[in-house]
Design a protein around this ligand. Structure first.
Ligand SMILES: Cc1cc2nc3c(=O)[nH]c(=O)nc-3n(C[C@H](O)[C@H](O)[C@H](O)COP(=O)(O)OP(=O)(O)OC[C@H]3O[C@@H](n4cnc5c(N)ncnc54)[C@H](O)[C@@H]3O)c2cc1C
Ligand code: FES
Ligand code: FES
Length: 507
């Protein structure tokens, strides 16, 4: 009996395959927790580097073929150090080695246009970071709507090149010796993919389908089902399973804290978790859509989220990270909960018995704890419509990009009337304020909301409410910030919002 089971497992394992630079290769004998980075390097593709193993440096960046927005397939750059290779069963990956075109016998390969620009503009010195930069740059090179935003005269936007290149594409890549100017020059010099460019042509074909995976080695398994129902039944059978979506949190646990799971269940490609629907009275956002997908699909339609996304980690992380994962960690310093609290959002939870909707304000119950039961998945997040017109997301962190919040404050205000066409001295009809980093859970600033509602939106109201806001939560001293600083930043945040809204009126 044991032999038959082992043979079955073996048969399934040999079916788990990944296509790397055009060559299909079995995932076995890698352990289920093996990262894409280690898998590639063990097969000799050592261009993909390990710098930090926690998603901070981008030296491990590779391209994966994903469902596209404007084309059937997009080339998306991700951190290979965080993603288990078993999560890419049936998928296609391109590494820095696969970007160049192999030369005829005895001749060197022809560099890819982004490699060529990095070489001729001095974008590489020691070269350790270069393969990662080149992959992130290639993903942006192939972004279908990049050229639509090209401004050959140069424009005045320092974050976009005349070729439409968005520098945020490189926000997850660090270089310690070249300096960023030559790298930016290379990015801003790349042209448009040629008609016969193989990766540009690949975008016109359907992306690889997600495949059901049952990859087991010894007593650990990586499992993926095709449907939500099958997944929920599996979670009922395996209450010990660890659910993963983009693995940007779980990957850090595996690499840095050496956590291992007997059973990992992937939910990132479940169609039921990947819908984005705009209904008459709410927007429903699938829990397994990546933040990049949400950002591009909403296209500014929820301004508070549009404000949040560029401040959340880096493009590399946002290409994998999901809202389900951000809420699933239950972290008090996650960035989406303050914004979703200010938006009065609710969470749709699903298990094998059905669904229930829980207001986010009632979701968190304690430090990294929530009302979510074992076997329950976050299926979607619902944001009610209409949206409050005055919104802002203020993230206070040590670095402007790619850093965890010390404090995060999200505002959503309805301000009625006001002087002239503006909102100054209008009356605050509704105030929703979400806070992160000042308590064991993300919280609403209820006392401050009460101090604003029914009052004129004036400097006096803002100053009085800022004093109340400084006293919200129970901020702590830690390595990121002192309690005093956190509290001061809360107050400043409201004064900043007031200045932003009234400056907009006078300009
Ligand atoms: C370098 C770096 C920078 C980061 N910067 C930020 C930042 O600026 N702001 C921020 O908020 N976070 C940040 N993070 C944390 C992380 O990227 C986010 O929490 C992300 O949203 C997690 O999503 P994921 O899909 O990758 O989750 P995963 O790692 O796949 O899962 C995380 C947890 O959520 C659970 N989970 C996942 N999906 C579901 C679901 N549908 N239902 C129930 N449970 C689920 C998993 O079981 C797991 O416990 C950063 C991480 C890294 C490595
Ligand atoms: S090795 Fe640093 S981000 Fe992956
Ligand atoms: S070239 Fe040395 S770290 Fe970037």
């Amino acid at each position: 009996m044991r032999n038959a089971q082992a043979q079955n497992a073996e048969a399934r394992n040999t079916e788990a395959r990944i296509t790397v630079n055009g060559d299909e290769t079995p995932i076995a004998p890698a352990a289920p927790h093996t990262t894409v980075l280690d898998f590639l390097r063990e097969r000799g593709l050592t261009g993909t580097k390990e710098g930090c193993a926690e998603g901070e440096c981008g030296a491990c960046s590779v391209l994966v073929a994903r469902p596209g927005l404007d084309k059937p397939t997009d080339w998306v750059a991700v951190n290979a150090c965080l993603l288990p290779v078993a999560a890419l069963d049936g998928q296609e990956v391109v590494t820095a080695e696969g970007l160049a075109t192999p030369g005829e016998a005895g001749t060197p390969p022809a560099l890819h246009p982004v490699q060529e620009e990095m070489a001729v503009r001095g974008g590489s010195q020691c070269g350790y970071c270069t393969p990662g930069f080149v992959c992130s740059m290639a993903a942006e090179y192939y972004r279908p709507d990049r050229c639509a935003h090209a401004d050959p005269d140069g424009g005045t936007d320092p974050e976009h090149g005349p070729n439409g290149f968005d520098l945020h594409a490189l926000s997850g890549n660090l270089c310690r010796c070249t300096g960023y100017r030559p790298i930016r020059d290379a990015a801003f010099a790349v042209g448009t993919p040629a008609a016969d460019d193989p990766l540009a042509r690949r975008r016109e074909q359907a992306p690889p389908r997600p495949v059901a995976t049952a990859y087991t080695r010894g007593d650990s398994a990586f499992l993926r089902k095709n449907t939500l129902d099958e997944t929920l039944r599996l979670l009922r059978e395996r209450p010990d399973a660890v659910v993963v979506a983009g693995s940007t949190d779980w990957g850090v646990e595996v690499n840095i804290r050496s956590r291992r799971a007997g059973c990992v269940v992937a939910v990132d490609r479940l169609p039921e978790l990947r819908e984005l629907r705009i209904e008459a009275d709410h927007v429903e956002i699938g829990a397994a859509l990546t933040l990049t997908e949400i950002e591009r699909r909403l296209d500014g339609g929820v301004p508070l989220l549009a404000d949040l996304f560029p401040q959340f980690a880096s493009r590399l992380i946002r290409n994998g990270a999901t809202l389900g994962g951000n809420l699933g960690t239950g972290s008090p310093i996650g960035d989406s909960p303050p914004a979703l609290l200010a938006l009065d959002a609710s969470v749709v939870l699903a298990d094998a018995d059905g669904e229930r909707e829980v207001p986010l304000a009632e979701y968190f119950t304690g430090y990294r704890q929530s009302v979510r039961r074992p076997g329950e998945l976050i299926r979607a997040v619902r944001v009610p419509l209409p949206l409050s017109p005055v919104t802002a997301f203020h993230k206070i962190a040590k670095r402007r990009f790619d850093d965890i919040s010390s404090v995060a404050v999200a505002f959503a205000l309805d301000i009625e009337g006001g002087t002239g066409t503006g909102i100054g001295n209008g009356v605050v009809r509704k105030a929703r304020i979400g806070l992160g980093g000042v308590a064991a859970t993300p919280i609403r600033a209820l006392a401050t909301e009460a101090a604003l509602e029914g009052r004129p939106w004036s400097a006096e109201t803002a100053e009085a409410a800022a004093r109340v806001l400084r006293g919200e939560g129970t901020p702590m001293d830690d390595h990121r910030a002192s309690a005093l600083y956190r509290s001061a930043m809360l107050g400043q945040s409201l004064l900043k919002l007031y200045a932003q809204t009234t400056e907009a009126v006078s300009s």
